[in-house]
Design a protein around this ligand. Sequence first.
Ligand SMILES: Cc1cc2nc3c(=O)[nH]c(=O)nc-3n(C[C@H](O)[C@H](O)[C@H](O)COP(=O)(O)OP(=O)(O)OC[C@H]3O[C@@H](n4cnc5c(N)ncnc54)[C@H](O)[C@@H]3O)c2cc1C
Length: 484
Amino acid sequence: MRKHLVWLRADLRTIDNSALVAACADEHADVAAVYFITPGQWQQHHVAGCRINFELRTVQQLSKQLAALHIPLLIAETTDFSSQASVILNLCQQHNIDSVYFNKQYEVNELARDEAVEQLLAKHHIDSFCFDDQCLVAPGKVLTGDGRFYSVFTPFKKNWLQHIYQQDIVIQSAPLKRAQLWLTPSLIPDTVAGFDSHVSQEVALNEWPAGENAALDKLSLFCDERIRRYKADRDFPNQHGTSRLSPYLAVGAISPRQCYQAAINEQQLYGASDSIDQWVSELAWREFYKHIMVGFPRVCKHQPFRSETKSLIWSSDKIAFQRWCDGQTGFPIIDAAMRQLKTIGWMHNRLRMVVAMFLTKDLFIDWRWGERYFMEHLIDGDLAANNGGWQWSASTGNDSAPYFRIFNPLLQSQKFDPTGDFIRRYVPELAHLDNKSIHEPHGKQRLLWLDYPLPMVDHKQACAYTVSQFHTLKEAPIGRADNS
Ligand SMILES: Cc1cc2nc3c(=O)[nH]c(=O)nc-3n(C[C@H](O)[C@H](O)[C@H](O)COP(=O)(O)OP(=O)(O)OC[C@H]3O[C@@H](n4cnc5c(N)ncnc54)[C@H](O)[C@@H]3O)c2cc1C
């Protein structure tokens, strides 16, 4: 009887999992799955403790579901990626496995690791099969007329949609139950040393229940109750206007195809809707940044997309950075957002842009500091989206915000948290202020009664300085796309 191994990574689900489905295609084969714990690699990649906690809880759910299908899930541990090839080979030899199946990951280190695994397995006459499963349209398929990766979103999205319309989006069912559970599933740890979560377990379980069933519930709730108001509500952090599916997409508890299908089904039910189109557009942004990472791998190596911005001399003011991290900038909306991140491991998209722009434009601090801090604290930390978001805000990225168009934190606050209720939730020392002054408490009020700092910068002066720094660049920051 043939034996197959499915190597699970960022695809922690049974439904619509290309590698799992392919491994189970031969109904008589024995199938096992493996998941790696890699603390050293996670540390190198600055993965947040709350994300590891979420991932382990997801693996625990998945293990139960797989066991019910008679697919044992094994846990292997290596410090980093470098020894994974030999561990996979050992597993195959120990259990007489003929072939290994996995879904591609597109980050530079992950691609190098997979190549090493494929080569070693081939040397030992073990087959390996990999699948493009992370995107609705695989990186490398959406190209410009002259065969290059897009660096601008709007034409990318147009072409991406054409691919989607041309292909049949099919959700693959979970595999059928196998004849026997041929190995004993491993125990899944609750924690991994060095990855304590800064989010309380109570908040984590309430906000982020783990597993593919929880993800599907969230998706269907969003489609039933909120997707048709998405366009109107999505920018207001105090409303539950977005799907909050990002952690589930990051660990692969749900596939982008499932998200797209659910949204489109809604459209058929309720007629064409700008709101649904807008949500599909966000799925396109997710894919755009993954494609960028494959086409321009330098973004995985701490390099700006726009090479000319390398010569910017960012501030390395550690005290100012710490005040930003701690939500003590004296700008209520910035502080509320940074405290949301600390409390629930997630931040609303509008606020991610506002705080990232504040760090890079008002404080002129290196976007890589913010990128790393986000990775260390986000439950949905994802290299491509995080890097894309940071480079967009810092004006070092492809199709990014123009360097001279800088968000004013006060206006953003008044516009997107008009009643101040979001600020009230996360900055309790300001909770009793009225709807107007909560955005910008009076200087005396702060010092005498509120125990709240004065604004740490003058926004106007800070912007003038930042713009002057961009002006020193030899080229205007509208970079050509070099494929390194
Ligand atoms: C500085 C910065 C850092 C970011 N870091 C991350 C990150 O580490 N991980 C992450 O998943 N997203 C990141 N984003 C993108 C975005 O903020 C989140 O995806 C979104 O807030 C998640 O909330 P949601 O699931 O409710 O999104 P929804 O509005 O419901 O959107 C649905 C899905 O589309 C994708 N998406 C939405 N907006 C974007 C976007 N701008 N870029 C890429 N994908 C998007 C996400 O997968 C999201 O779950 C970042 C944005 C910025 C500006």
